[in-house]
Design a protein around this ligand. Structure first.
Ligand SMILES: [Zn+2]
Length: 73
């Protein structure tokens, strides 16, 4: 799950975490989002996966969804 709450003794803040490497995406300009294209045309809802742009280019766009992600169709 890429959206998390980061808690420390000084603060509580939302963070977006890269689904590929698990590191927080600190600057939005470094991040990207991807989703699985539907097999059949028509209305569907898919989970969004957040990644670093550098992670995406290294993996050529292939982000493996987390094993625990439920089917979003
Ligand atoms: Zn990453």
């Amino acid at each position: 799950m890429p959206l998390k709450i980061e808690m420390s003794p000084e603060s509580v803040r939302p963070v977006v975490v890269c689904d590929a490497c698990g590191e927080p995406i600190v600057d939005a300009r470094d991040g990207n989002y991807q989703w699985q294209a539907p097999v059949e045309p028509g209305l569907s809802r898919k989970f969004v996966f957040f990644t670093y742009k550098r992670t995406q280019s290294r993996n050529r766009g292939a982000v493996t969804p987390p094993a625990t992600a439920p089917d979003a169709s």
